[in-house]
Each structure stands twice: as structure tokens, then as C-alpha cells.
Design a protein around this ligand. Structure first.
Ligand code: TPP
Ligand code: MG
Length: 893
């Protein structure tokens, strides 16, 4: 994959004179007629070669040197000297916060070496490029910071006076110290500071791409002009191994996202060792990004190398640069100058000549591009000015830069958290930090006087760029909730057979037509709109495409044709749940990134939601994303023919793990209406940082009218839909969820008609909510023993309702079991544990024992156990209802 440079190939050249003639002619063209003409001629030669089947092997690589030559570098606009001093202070404080934390509280963790390698990359950005929030509070750039580089970002904020010394002391002690600093960027924990949770590697770059796309979407739809805002994403070279990091890079170039800049900190190391010890990560990434259509800027060598490169008349230096593998470059970091002379330059006598005048010390200090502010500045400037495609900057750095023996370039450096006095002295001297010897051992923080030139410079730079960064702001203008009349049609119900998915799509369409809410809605689908019956929205609202529609759609003559438009509202993301989720997060945090409320509805195949992109959903929670996730074609038996890999019977287990997510499994259209209405109210009127997960199903049945007074129960997770008369018969309580509620209702009839048992039926819309409320009440009671105990909602509902409780849903038993401990001795759950199967709904429900017959048998068994019906009744029911007691157990392995 890595191209060899053909320079210094004279030895293999049978006709040197002829080659020389060609090269001379080409050089003349470049010099006299310019690069454009030279490029044209080269292209013509390549084309001609194709005519004769003379082709070159594909290579997207350029030589292993800086993309921007020294002669093309712009003049550095800052005061290099003062910036170096400021950077030294930031390096020191970033190191000190980790060292001090681990000295006082061993085991707290933290990272020194990552920021040590990327300090220049951030400093040049913070001093000259990254624009803060500005006057409006919502202008400026969006910067995704490498998660474990956080100490450097805190250290900058400390010098700016945004973070106190007490907070610096409380790095990674968020619980015991108010204002303690979180380990990594977590908006949930530091909502005024961090914007983007990046530390789960791969999620940052993926989110940044879709954030850049979403910014365009807002502009194209005429909602907000975001064109001046850049999205910067910092990532580690090791991080690029995550499929999410590179998985969407073609989208960024296809969409021509020139508002997007990736900076890959290529310190050639990850946690355990080298990223590509036997290869070259920078060349590999160049191939991937150039191949995908990105503008690639390599920043490999610092200015110490400029004179050497200029004098490299043989091309041997370039050749040597590319033939040395990364593992070897890492070795040069820890080795002496004489080692570098012998092993790097010593390969060719010409190269030894080249560095004859250099001392060993000079050779050891030859700097790398990512540590040279002028090189980094040149790259950033070219990136922000580049038009037509996204840019990636591949910057070579040294992991643990400045740590010396304590970790610079060592394989253990990633986890280095403690420095002894000698190591601290080395660090102090290297960056000229004014800490006296007698205080060194404690690694004190250091902030110069407020009016020192360094502090004034630092503040002036950020002021000039529009304010501090990172900084998270939100706009909190409540949006008035929709009145009762909007929801009326859903409360009224319909006699026709419809599914909850159809009801929801109708609701979404109505919302999109609403004068206030309509524009804000962002429907997101990963190539599944037709599955959910949403194709009518294509024509009506348009599918977003930055370039509009450049072709006549094949179904143009049809009413519901596939309409793409620049101001299209629907994000049809293609088959990428990860990309769609990233769009969901971008839209659902728009209230914070742009000060504009957008309301995303991401509708996906429920099986490919949580279990595929659960980490992104977790991060969306951290980022305080607002909006609705809709798991459609849900339910292990309700989605019937699709089988094992499609039938979801556990997304509600996953959903139960996300702290600020509300999860519902509704049965009826009116339930969905109540939930969505409340969701809009809480998120957009009350400005709460919660989000919603609602499962939707494809089974058709009539949608009943909303019972009076049921709203509160629907939202809390449980309410009664059917009461049996109190006539002295044995009695049971049946809970049903989603379409399986109808099995509970049918079980009620079976029990009444065939076994003389009365059943009340409840719709259990959210076990997660029931549990959360019950846990809270239980905990409060435990901590307030001298006060009357608080009764969980679920207990207050059930304590006067006689008989055992049988809960059934299309999910694993553990979903209803979430509330079992508050109903001791009474609670029994049925569910769809086990791999799904393809068959009819009836067959599947019998197989998983969630059909009415199985519910009836379970109810009778529970009554018999309690002595409330004859002991023989369950056996009779099993026989009468045709249940095979020897059929396989779905969980058997
Ligand atoms: C998904 C995920 N897996 C593992 C980790 C643990 N981890 C944190 S940093 C790191 C190494 C990072 O290497 P690199 O991306 O090269 O960053 P550097 O520190 O070298 O800049 C690992 C494995 C993580 N944060 N996220
Ligand atoms: Mg690395």
C-alpha cells in the first residue's frame, strides 16, 4: 500500500540519458509554464499509457514529507516566544493535575502522554483558529477533543481563569468535591464546559462528520446560516482502528463537507505499543482518506528538517524517510543522536554526508511536524481555506513529548501517571517552568500573575477569537406545548385495523404539518422508510440532499415518488444506523450547539438499534440529546416471519440501562399520543435533558378510545384497561404490553368463560419508569427511617387488587421482572427469552408462551399455588387449551 519513491533509482536505469532528458523537459515545463500545465501533461501521459495498456499500480500516497513545502509556508502571525512559554505552562499544569491526583489518591488514573504529544496541535488552534461562541453565544467552531487529552484542556481553562485551583486539585474526584473535574469530556457531568463526549473511541470522528452534515442541513433548509462554523475533530492514530472512525469518511467527501477538519495526532503509538510498528500509519491513513476524496495535509517533519530536505539532491533522504517503519521511528525517539546517525542516516553514505556538520545532540533533537507551530499553522490555514472537500491533517508527534526517561516514546507511556523528582526536574527544565527545587517534588500548579504578558496574551487571543472553548451553552426559550385538539384524533381511536407504527407515522406527519413544530421536526431513517409505511412523506416533505435531485426519479409519474431536494426535511441516511444515530445526536443537541431547537425522530428496525449502536445511544444521553428513538417492527413474536436476527425481544433490557432515557412499549395509538405529547412538553417546554425510546409494532388491530383519566398511568408505566366485576370468583391481575396486551385481554376471556376466574387487565407501558419511581421511593424510605415510608406507585396501584399478578410482553421476562421485588409472592412474568424463530404470530406466541392460552395457564398455576383455585385446575387447562407440556423450552441450549 505504501508507495516506494522512484528517486535514487539510477542504479536500475538502463538508459540514464534518456531519463534525464525527460526529467529535464518536465522540470522546464514546471518552471516556465507552471504546475497546472505540468499536471495536464502528466495526465495526458497517463491517459496515453492506458491506450497501450501501460498502467501504473494504484497509489494514493505522496512522499513521506510535509504536504506544504517550507517555501510555501505562510508567515506565523503569533508571538512564537510567548506562545512557547504559555504552552510550557499548560503542559506543566496538565501533567501536574494527573501526578498530584495519583499521588494523593493512588489509582485515580489520568493521562499525561496524550496531551504531551498534542499540545502544539491544540495551542495553535486555540491561539489562532478555533472560534468561540461569540456575541450570539452560538457562533464559532465545534471542536471534538480527544477524550483522554482532557488534562491539557483543563490546564488551558485554568490559565484562562475558568477553572479554579481547587477544581484542578479535584481532577477525577467529582463526587467528593463540588466542581470536581470529570475524567473525560462529559457534558452530563460538566454541562457548562464540555460539548461532545468523545472518549469512547471512534464515536467522536463519526459524530463530527454527521455534525458537519447537519450544519449544512440547517443552512440548506433555511433554518440557520451555519456556513461560517467549522467542525474540528481531534483523534488518535490508534483510534483510527475503530471502524466508526473511518466508516463514514466517504459520506463526508460525497457531501463535500469542507466545513469539516480532522486532525489525527499521529504519535505512532496507542496504549500497548506502536500503532503500525511494521508499517506507516500516516501513509496508510493518507491512502484511505485520499482514496475517499479528502484533502490530505501531512505534517510530518519540523523545521529542523527543512535544510536537509532542501539539500536532498539525490532523493535518498526521501527514500529513507519512507522506507523506515514506524516502530523504528519510535526507537529514534528514545535513542541517542549517534544511534540515529548510524541507523537512519547511516544506511546510505550520501545521507551521512548530508548530516556531517550536525552534532549528535542536534540529530536527537530534529523535531517532528506536529511539534512545530509554524508547520501546524500552515496546515490549519490551508485546511480552513480549502473548498470542496473535507480536510484531514496527519500530524506526526511524539507520545509523551517532554517526559524524557519517564515515558517519552516508551511503550508504557500511555499509562504513566507518576513522575519522581528527577523526572519532574527534567520536565521543568525542558519547558522552563519557574518552580523552585524545594517545591518540585509536590508538582505544584503554576499560574502567572493575572497581568503577566503570558496571561494577557492568552486572554487576548481567546477574546479575539470570540471567547473560550470548549464552552457549552443552551438556549432556553420554552416552546409552548400542543393543545388537546391536536391529539384528539388519536384519543378517539379507530375501528379499522391499524398498527402502532401506522398510528405513529400519521402522528409524525401531522406534527410536520404543524405551523410551529413542523419545521423543527427531523425525521431520520436508515433505508427503512417503506418498511414503516413512511414513503408518502418522500413526496410531501422531500429527502434532504445538498445538491437536490440531479436525475428524474424512476417513479416520477407516481403520486408518492422519490423526491430529493436541497431543502428536503427527511434524513434518509442509507443503511447506517450508526450514521443515523449520529444525525439524531446532532439534531437533538442543536438547542446547545446552535441555540435552535430541532426535534429528531429516528425510526429504525428495533433489532438494529440498541444492540448495534448502544454505545452511541449512551453517548447521546451524556450529550443531553433530546428527541425520540422509535424501535419499529419490534417484538419477538409480533415481527413474525423474519426470524432470529430480526426479532427484537430485548431492546427494552438495553433501554433500561440508559439513565436519562424514558422507554415505552405502548399498545394503542392514544398511548403513543400521550407519550409523545409529554415528551415534547418535557424536552421542549420544560427544557429537560431526557430522551425517549418507544417501540412500535406492525400488527394491525382496532385502536380503542382513550379511557378517561388514563394519561398519568400511561406515563408512569401502568394503568388498568379492564376491570372484572367483584363477584366473589377467584381473581387475577394480568399485565400486558404492546400488542401482547391483546393476548392478556383474550386470556381474561378464556379465564372467565372456561375456568370461572375473574381477571383485571392492565396496560404496562413502561417497566423502566415503574422501577425508577419505586427505587426512588424505596431509597428515600431507607434513608428516612423516622418518617412514614413512601409507597411506590406500583404498590399503591396493586395493594388493594386481589390475586396473583401475571405479566406478559413481547420482551424477555427480565423486563417485567424489573418490578417484581415490590410485589413479593405475587408476581410472575412470561416473556420471549431465547433466539427468535420464523413462523406465524400464533405459532411464535405459543412457542414462547406469551399467547392467551399460556397466560391463562400461568394465571391458574399461580392461583393454585396460593390455594385460590383447585389444585387440579392448571393440569386440566393445559389439556383443554391444547398446550403441549413437553414442547421445547425456548431458552434451552
Ligand atoms: C472504544 C474504546 N476502546 C478502548 C478505549 C481505551 N483507550 C483509551 S486511550 C487508548 C489508546 C489510544 O491511542 P491513540 O488513539 O493512538 O491515542 P493517543 O493517546 O496515542 O493520542 C485506548 C485503547 C477507549 N477509550 N474507547
Ligand atoms: Mg496514538
Amino acid at each position: 500500500m505504501i508507495a516506494e519513491i522512484p528517486a535514487a533509482a539510477e542504479a536500475n536505469d538502463p538508459a540514464l540519458d534518456e531519463t534525464e532528458e525527460w526529467l529535464q523537459a518536465f522540470e522546464d515545463v514546471v518552471r516556465i509554464e507552471g504546475k497546472e500545465r505540468a499536471r495536464f501533461l502528466l495526465q495526458r501521459l497517463v491517459d496515453k499509457g492506458h491506450e497501450f495498456q501501460v498502467t501504473l499500480p494504484f497509489s494514493a500516497n505522496t512522499p513521506y514529507v510535509n504536504t506544504i513545502a517550507a517555501s510555501e509556508q505562510p508567515i506565523y502571525p503569533g508571538d512564537r516566544d510567548i506562545e512557547r512559554r504559555i504552552k510550557g505552562l499548560i503542559r506543566w499544569n496538565a501533567m501536574a493535575m494527573v501526578v498530584r491526583a495519583n499521588k494523593h489518591y493512588p489509582g485515580l488514573g489520568g493521562h499525561i502522554s496524550t496531551f504531551a504529544s498534542s499540545a502544539t496541535l491544540y495551542q495553535v488552534g486555540l491561539n489562532h483558529f478555533f472560534r468561540g461562541r461569540g456575541e450570539s453565544g452560538f457562533d464559532g467552531d465545534l471542536v471534538y477533543i480527544q477524550g483522554h487529552g482532557s488534562p491539557g484542556i483543563y490546564a488551558q481553562a485554568f490559565l484562562e481563569g475558568r477553572i479554579s485551583i481547587e477544581q484542578m486539585e479535584a481532577f477525577r474526584r467529582e463526587v467528593s468535591v463540588p466542581g470536581g473535574l470529570s475524567s473525560y469530556p462529559h457534558p452530563w457531568l460538566m454541562p457548562d464546559f464540555w460539548e461532545f463526549p468523545t472518549v469512547s473511541m471512534g464515536l467522536g470522528p463519526l459524530s463530527a462528520i454527521y455534525q458537519a452534515k447537519f450544519n449544512r442541513y440547517l443552512t440548506d433548509r433555511g433554518i440557520l446560516d451555519t456556513s461560517a462554523r467549522k467542525i474540528w475533530a481531534f483523534l488518535g492514530d490508534g483510534e483510527t482502528d475503530e471502524p466508526e472512525s473511518l466508516g463514514a469518511i466517504t459520506l463526508a467527501s460525497r457531501e463535500k463537507l469542507d466545513n469539516l477538519i480532522f486532525v489525527v495526532n499521529c504519535n505512532l503509538q496507542r496504549l500497548d505499543g506502536p500503532v503500525r510498528g511494521n508499517g506507516k500509519i500516516i501513509q496508510e491513513l493518507e491512502t484511505a482518506f485520499r482514496g475517499a476524496g479528502w484533502n490530505v495535509i501531512k505534517v510530518i517533519w519540523g523545521d529542523d528538517w527543512d535544510p536537509l530536505i532542501e539539500r536532498d539532491s539525490t532523493g535518498l533522504l526521501m527514500q529513507r524517510m519512507v522506507e523506515v517503519v514506524d516502530g523504528e521511528y519510535q526507537k529514534y525517539t528514545v535513542e541517542t543522536g549517534s544511534y540515529i546517525r548510524e541507523h537512519f542516516f547511516g544506511k546510505y553514505p550520501e545521507l551521512l554526508d548530508l548530516v556531517r556538520g550536525y552534532s549528535d545532540d542536534q540529530l536527537r533533537k530534529l523535531n517532528r511536524g506536529g511539534h512545530d507551530p509554524a508547520k501546524v499553522y500552515a496546515a490549519y490555514k490551508a485546511a480552513v481555506e480549502h473548498k470542496g472537500s473535507p480536510t484531514v491533517i496527519l500530524a506526526q508527534t511524539i507520545k509523551g513529548y517532554g517526559l524524557g526517561e519517564a515515558g517519552e516514546g516508551r511503550n508504557v507511556t500511555h499509562q504513566q501517571k507518576k513522575l519522581n523528582e528527577d523526572e519532574l526536574r527534567h520536565f521543568r527544565d525542558r519547558f522552563s517552568i519557574p518552580i523552585p527545587d524545594d517545591r518540585l517534588a509536590e508538582a505544584p500548579f503554576y499560574r502567572p500573575a493575572h497581568n503577566s504578558p503570558e496571561m494577557e496574551y492568552l486572554r487576548e487571543r481567546r477574546r479575539a477569537l470570540g471567547g473560550p472553548l470548549p464552552s457549552r451553552k443552551t438556549r432556553s426559550e420554552p416552546i409552548e406545548s400542543l393543545g388537546e385538539s391536536f391529539w384528539q384524533e388519536f384519543s378517539d381511536g379507530v375501528d379499522r385495523d391499524v398498527s402502532t407504527t401506522m398510528a405513529f407515522v400519521r402522528m409524525l406527519t401531522q406534527l410536520m404539518k404543524h405551523p410551529e413544530f413542523g419545521r423543527r421536526i427531523v425525521p431520520i431513517v436508515p433505508d427503512e422508510a417503506r418498511t414503516f409505511g413512511m414513503e408518502s412523506m418522500f413526496r410531501q416533505f422531500g429527502i434532504y440532499s445538498h445538491v437536490g435531485q440531479l436525475y428524474e426519479p424512476v417513479d416520477k409519474s407516481m403520486l408518492l415518488y422519490y423526491r430529493e431536494a436541497t431543502d428536503g426535511q427527511i434524513l434518509e441516511e442509507g443503511i447506517t444506523e450508526a450514521g443515523s444515530m449520529a444525525s439524531f445526536t446532532a439534531a437533538g443537541t442543536s438547542y446547545a450547539t446552535h441555540g435552535v431547537d430541532m426535534i429528531p425522530f429516528f425510526i429504525f428496525y428495533s433489532m438494529f438499534g440498541f444492540q448495534r449502536i448502544g454505545d452511541q445511544i449512551w453517548a447521546a444521553g451524556d450529550q443531553r440529546t433530546r428527541g425520540f428513538l422509535l424501535g419499529a417492527t419490534a417484538g419477538r413474536t409480533t415481527l413474525n416471519g423474519e426470524g432470529l436476527q430480526h426479532e427484537d425481544g430485548h431492546s427494552h433490557v438495553h433501554a433500561s440501562t440508559v439513565p436519562n432515557l424514558l422507554a415505552y412499549d405502548p399498545a394503542y395509538a392514544y398511548e403513543i399520543a400521550v407519550i409523545v405529547r409529554e415528551g415534547l412538553h418535557r424536552m421542549y417546554r420544560n427544557r429537560e435533558d431526557v430522551f425517549y425510546y418507544i417501540t412500535l409494532c406492525n400488527e394491525n388491530y382496532p385502536m380503542p378510545k382513550k379511557p378517561e383519566g388514563s394519561d398519568a398511568g400511561i406515563l408512569k408505566g401502568l394503568y388498568k384497561v379492564s376491570s372484572a366485576p367483584a363477584d366473589g370468583r377467584p381473581r387475577v391481575q394480568l399485565f400486558g404490553s404492546g400488542p401482547i396486551l391483546r393476548e392478556a385481554l383474550r386470556a381474561r376471556d378464556l379465564l372467565a368463560e372456561r375456568f370461572g376466574v375473574a381477571a383485571d387487565v392492565w396496560s404496562a407501558t413502561s417497566y423502566k419508569e415503574l422501577r425508577r419511581e419505586a427505587l426512588e421511593a424505596e431509597r428515600w424510605s431507607m434513608l428516612h427511617p423516622d418518617q412514614p415510608a413512601r409507597k411506590p406507585y406500583v404498590v399503591s396501584l396493586l395493594e388493594n387488587e386481589p390475586g396473583p399478578i401475571v405479566a406478559v410482553s413481547d420482551y424477555m421476562r427480565i423486563v417485567p421482572d424489573q418490578i417484581a421485588r415490590w410485589l413479593p409472592g405475587r408476581f410472575f412474568a412470561l416473556g420471549t427469552d431465547g433466539f427468535g424463530r420464523s413462523d406465524t404470530r400464533e405459532a411464535l406466541r405459543r412457542f414462547f408462551e406469551v399467547d392467551a392460552e399460556s397466560v391463562a395457564v400461568a394465571a391458574l398455576a399461580q392461583l393454585a399455588l396460593r390455594g385460590e383455585v383447585e389444585a387440579d385446575l392448571p393440569r386440566r387447562a393445559i389439556a383443554e387449551l391444547g398446550i403441549d407440556p413437553e414442547k421445547p423450552f425456548a431458552l434451552a441450549v
